[in-house]
Structure formats: C-alpha cells, structure tokens
Design a protein around this ligand. Sequence first.
Ligand code: PHE
Ligand code: NA
Length: 446
Amino acid sequence: MSKQLHAHWSSRLAFILAVTGSAVGLGNIWKFPYMVGESGGAAFVLIYLICIAFIGLPILVAEWLIGRRGQKNPINTMAEQARLNGRSGLWTVVGISGVLGAFLILSFYSVIGGWSLSYTLGSVTGNFSGQDADGIGALFEGMLGNPGMMLGWHSVFMLLVIGIVARGVTKGLEGAVRTMMPALAVLLLILVGYGMTTGHFGEALAYLFNPDWSKLTGSTVLAALGHAFFTLSLGMGIMMAYGSYLGEDVSLLRTARTVVIMDTVIALGAGLAIFPIVFANGLDLASGPGLIFVTLPLAFGSMAGGTILGLMFFLLLTFAALTSAISLLEPVVEFVEERSPLGRVGSALVAGAGAWALGIAALLSFNVWSDPLLFGLNTFDLLDTLTSKFMLPLTGLGAIVFAAWCLDRDSVHRELGLSGAGSTMWSLAARYIAPLGVIVVFVGSL
Ligand code: PHE
Ligand code: NA
C-alpha cells in the first residue's frame, strides 16, 4: 500500500547534505587516508577517482533513479518497477536485501558509534591527558572488556538515531544534517589548520599526493574499487530510499557529481588532519581501529591543546557516524511505516529497537561471547562479512543492472538529460563497466 502523502526533501541542498551525511563516515575519516598512504599516494587517488566516476557514480544515480520512480520504500519500489516494466518479481530481492543489509549494518555500526561517543566524553573529562601508550591501550581494552559500558553507549547512540529519524524526513533527517554537516566541515578545517602548524604538513601532503606507481598492485586496484562502492553508501537501500523523497526537478547526474566531490574532498581533508599529528608525534600508522582509538588519543594526551583538539576530533567522528547511522535506519523505517499500521514514530522505535537488540550480540563479541558462531567468525565479524562482502555488492549490482537493462532506455536517458556522446558514455558505464567492476570486486574479495 503506498502512502498518499509521501515526504519530499525541501530543497536540492537539503538532499545533498543528507546524502553527503550518509556518505561521509569512518570510510572517509579513517580508512581512505590510510589506504592512500599505503597504496602509492596520488597513484592510488587517481585509480580511486576513475573507479568513483565509472562505477560508484553510475550506481549512485541508478539507485536514486529507481527510488524516485517508485516514491516508496526500496522493497515496494523494486516490486512495482519490476511489474511496470514487465520483469520478474524476483527483482524484489534487490529491495529486500537492501533494507535487510541496512538493518544488519546499523546493528554493529551503532556499537562503533557508541565508542565514538564514549571517546568524545573521555576527551572532555581528560581521560587521555598524560597517559602513555600502555595507559591509552588499557583504556581501549578496558572499554572492549566491559559489556555494560559498551551497552550503555550503544543504547545512547541508537536512541539519538531513533530520535532523529522518528521526526521524519524534513524535520528529523534534514534538521540533523543542516547542523551536523557544517559543524563537521568547520571541525575538519580547524584540524587541518592545526596540521599546518605542526611542521609536518608537507610530509602529510607528500604521503597523500606523491605518486608512487610501484606500490600499485592488483589488490590495491581492487581495494580502490571496493572503497568507491562503500564510501558512497551503495547497495543498502539507502540511496534508493533517499531517492524516493526526490521530486522531478533535481538533476541526478549533476547532484551525484557534487556529492562525489564533497565525499572525496572530506576524505582527503581527513588525511591532512590526521597525518601531520601522526608524523609530528612519531606515531605508527598501524591499521585497524587502533589508529583512531589508540594512536591518536596518545597524541592528544601529550600535546599542547590536545584536550580541545581531541574533543574536536571525536566530535567530528561522532557527527560522521550519526549522519551515516540515520541513513541506515531510514530505509528500514520507510518500509515498516508503509507496510504496517505504525506511524513514523512507532516505526522508528520498532526498527531501531530491533537493530539495537542485534547490536547487543555484536558488542558481546568483544568480550563474553567472542567464540566463533559460524564459519569461524564471531557475531560482529559475521554481520560485517555477510553485509560488506555479499549483500552490498550483490544489491548494488542488482540496482545497476535493473536500471541499465530493465528500464526503458529512452526514458532513462531523457530523465538524466543525456544525448549524443553523454548517452553513449552513460550506456557504456552503466551497462558494462559498473556491473563488471562490481563483479570483479565481489569475486576478488572472496
Ligand atoms: N559511506 C560510509 C563511509 O564512507 C560508510 C557507510 C556505509 C555509512 C553504509 C552508512 C551506511 O564511511
Ligand atoms: Na564515504
């Protein structure tokens, strides 16, 4: 049953902020800078940009396009679009796996969001000041070993997410991104500004932008491809749900270009904020959550002004995590709201409570329930692997194949405002390059 009055974004800018809020997350602030440094600097950035342009961007546009045509939650949208275009009802699986994927990811994403909240408070109360490496490491281990504490922060984080989403698309989602995204940008600018004063900014620039083609291997190209997908929050019903609140007047290609540029600029900015601190303090660029939750606090604890810089950094991380988490809850809530008698608030509570409960199993993986559950993986790793390695690529593949091969070609090109060479480029990217790219990542990651 479709709703009579379906919400709409109040402006193109609001839509851009919401999408960027979803896209900008741990992937930008922690993973991207690290990947660039490890994989040949500018050489890697170039490959990544190519992947974004030919794979990420077409899939982003495909999800918006399908969602805008449906004006409903991803599951009903896929079912209806398949029927209207004379295709098999099996295409509904793309919507189901998107909504389910978002739900599963939210459950453990909220646990990490809770860490971020905890560290934000920890920087205010001066937990890190004067600590040595062992002390900081013990703080992190202490948190992981304390299920009660993690449950508390996971619950607070999820309540914030539910509270925002319950208020609806314009009041809740837009309200949140209108304040948090500018704040995020300002915090990032200040941290980059601080990086410039460390005397190690040039080193960070070189690390990020100096091309070293010898470091570029097949596996780094694969990593760039996979990241292009992840960084744009593709394959989880998010962009389809966000597209369902779009009116006809928004140019999808132009908007996608803006979002992709913002996401990349913020990722590079994060590198310029973090690396000078890392170099100035002789820290180790170790992989894993360690860089953010162990290595950086060590620096904040020992440098002048470290308390306020640490607070700004963890606030930035918290805003990035919150705006991504609300985008994970939205497709699930849209589905529950349209398919049940529950209103917006009730749907947000039910969907959020479900993800919260599953999140408890995920957070126990770090302490009392660390034993493998299936395939040698604990609950946290199982949820992560199932979603990121299987559900997301296959859902994204489904969306791009459906948009490029199953929808009426002329109407799609008209909708995207394409003609001549643009038409050919789009067809080439959407029909062949993007699907092939996703298949390569999928097979390569197994
Ligand atoms: N796009 C986010 C990032 O780059 C990751 C994310 C995926 C966030 C899915 C929300 C949902 O960090
Ligand atoms: Na991102």
